[in-house]
Ligand binder design. Structure first.
Ligand code: 8YV
Length: 311
């Protein structure tokens, strides 16, 4: 059963190879579930739609949830694990594109690319002359919150920009070549750019708070390509209003797709609409990985990219 569309490539394969029922296309989805829930053993979903404990409870034969997207903050993994239900997501294939987006935002905020573009298009280059000086990115210090696969891809790019890299997370990683900083505020104080690359959810909610933003300081930039929930948006607005933070590049924001008016139309805040993985190549690879997980489950009874140990 598909609770939502994964995209044309995956939807077509799930229908032709696995006879997947498209719940979102049914006129009476509730009625279909009443009659058929006991026969559903695999559910495909996406991180946007998720799968809550109620849906899991409604599907007594469920054995696997195959989700599109690397995040699983919208899936009740604990409820799934308690029932022995495997959950897969789509990691790895999006690391490079999300890391590229972190860099796009880092350069866009530091070098003020959107404001410079507006300057040229508004004819101000001719009228006012030289655009105001911006901030150098190369050779600076980058702090990464969350050195997972995406965090590592961001760190690797930092080496190409001659940056010093340090990171904060739940624990130091033995195989990482970068310095671990146990205190996030201390990492922010050291950093010119603080890049948020950790998972969302309750455990990381508002980790980037007023104290961390103040430590990053008036010449520091916050970049978030992870989840809006990790940053305390009220504290971010306060920091920007009072000149306590240099700027922010945000692919994600609490309450998205809505954006607080207080954050809009600032030259030192650059937004993108949650498009870290949104390239044709990466989105196709993410779709295919959902299908490949379903296939591996059907043919071998295992998931290729599980996030829990259920079997
Ligand atoms: C998606 C993501 O762009 O994979 C994830 O967890 O956040 C991104 O790849 C996003 O879910 C689109 O809404």
């Amino acid at each position: 059963m598909q609770s939502t569309s994964i995209g044309p490539l995956a939807d077509a394969q799930l229908a032709s190879r696995f006879n997947a029922v498209r719940l979102w296309e049914l006129d009476d989805a509730e009625g279909w579930l009443d009659a058929n829930a006991a026969r559903v053993d695999v559910l495909t979903t996406s991180v946007r739609t998720g799968c809550d404990a109620r849906m899991i409870a409604r599907l007594p034969a469920l054995r696997a949830i195959c989700s599109w997207g690397v995040g699983f903050d919208t899936i009740d993994v604990a409820a799934a694990t308690a029932r022995g239900i495997g959950v897969s997501v789509t990691p790895d294939v999006l690391d490079d594109c999300v890391a590229d987006m972190a860099w796009a935002l880092m350069l866009a905020t530091a070098r003020r690319i959107p404001a410079a573009d507006r300057y040229v298009n508004a004819g101000e280059w001719r009228r006012l002359g030289q655009f105001p000086l911006a901030t150098r990115a190369s050779g600076k210090r980058m702090g990464i919150l969350g050195l997972g696969r995406i965090g590592r891809a961001i760190a690797l790019r930092g080496e190409g920009f001659s940056m010093s890299v340090a990171y904060h997370g739940r624990k130091p990683q033995a195989d990482a070549a970068y310095r671990f900083e146990p205190d996030l505020a201390a990492l922010a104080r050291w950093s010119d750019f603080l890049v948020v690359a950790c998972p969302g959810g309750r455990q990381t909610r508002h980790l980037v708070n007023a104290q961390v933003l103040e430590a990053l300081g008036p010449r520091g930039f916050l970049i978030n390509i992870a989840r809006g929930s990790v940053v305390d948006t009220a504290a971010l607005i306060h920091s920007l209003d009072h000149g306590l933070l240099g700027g922010a590049g945000l692919d994600v924001i609490e309450g998205e797709p809505g954006v607080p008016d207080a954050l809009r139309h600032r030259d030192n805040v650059v937004f993108t609409p949650h498009i870290g993985s949104a390239t044709v190549e990466t989105r196709e690879a993410m779709e295919q990985l959902v299908v490949d997980n379903v296939q591996a489950w059907r043919e071998q009874g295992r998931l290729l990219t599980p996030v829990n140990a259920a079997s």
